[in-house]
Design a protein around this ligand. Structure first.
Ligand SMILES: [Zn+2]
Ligand SMILES: [Zn+2]
Ligand SMILES: [Zn+2]
Ligand SMILES: [Zn+2]
Ligand SMILES: [Zn+2]
Length: 265
């Protein structure tokens, strides 16, 4: 089974689910930069005229969303940022763009998202331009120049300087079956050998990007809940109190996207 996980495919059983990618807009009133949902169907963005109520200044504004991308400038050899305006075009067209760098270079380059990529074979970490729609904690199959082969690898958003280094991987202990956090650096030093601090098991576990086990568990719960709801459908009322309180969990902190009306045409 493939390991590319993204939020947009997490609950495909919900019928009215809209697929979207996060873009940004600059509020014309208060100038703040805010996240916004930009919708797509299959692999193409839909024509849409986004009008939002700015979450910062509460004004209703028509906005021009853009995607911030990164690229390696072929002239000054630095990582640079660029903005691609949102357009009803295929998603994969966001991987190349004409840019003008502040060093004077102007031309077409590959753009994407700059990520830390860790090979699951040799545990070497490198900073690499990934697909523009890559998200934190994904598993990709990419070429590793050390192994000289395509390997399963872990993709993370680069940590900002001074940010605490938290464990970026996890594995299920094969002895006590509890999820344990582990650092890529640790695995690099030990050639993939892990030691469970809870039960002292030592071995070579199957390592995943952090959050993987929780997502698996949630998916199973989700499937079970859908099954229960389907079997309850004939009853006039249903008590959802227990299940809704169980669903409360401290979510990952991420910017709240503005809700948006889609105006066709
Ligand atoms: Zn997996
Ligand atoms: Zn505003
Ligand atoms: Zn440049
Ligand atoms: Zn490798
Ligand atoms: Zn253990």
């Amino acid at each position: 089974m493939g390991h590319k996980q993204s939020r947009t495919t997490e609950c495909v059983s919900t019928e009215q689910q809209q697929q979207f990618k996060l873009f940004e807009y600059a509020c014309p009133k208060c100038k703040s930069k805010r996240p916004i949902q930009y919708f797509h169907k299959d692999d193409k963005f839909l024509p849409q005229a986004p009008r939002v109520v700015c979450g910062e200044c509460n004004t209703s504004v028509t906005v021009e969303p853009f995607k911030t991308v990164e690229y390696g400038c072929p002239s000054c050899k630095k990582w640079q940022k660029a903005r691609i305006p949102a357009k009803p075009m295929p998603l994969n067209m966001y991987n190349v763009s004409v840019v003008s760098c502040n060093c004077g270079f102007k031309g077409q380059v590959a753009v994407g998202r700059l990520m830390d990529v860790t090979c699951s074979q040799c545990w070497q970490k490198r900073r690499e331009l990934c697909d523009v729609w890559s998200e934190d904690n994904e598993e990709h199959r990419t070429y590793c120049s050390t192994c000289q082969d395509y390997k399963r690898s872990f993709v993370h958003v680069p940590k900002k300087k001074g940010e605490a280094v938290r464990a970026d991987m996890e594995y299920m202990c094969e002895n006590c079956f509890r999820v344990r956090p582990i650092h890529a650096e640790e695995l690099l030093r030990s050639d993939g050998l892990a030691c469970c601090s809870l039960c002292q098991w030592v071995g070579y576990p199957e390592v995943h990007a952090q959050g993987h086990c929780e997502r698996q568990k949630r998916r199973k719960e989700e499937a079970r809940r859908h099954a229960v709801e389907a079997s309850r459908q004939s009853r006039p009322s249903r008590d959802s109190g227990a299940s809704s309180s169980r669903m409360k969990r401290p979510g990952k902190v991420r910017p709240e996207p503005e809700p948006m009306r889609v105006v066709p045409g």
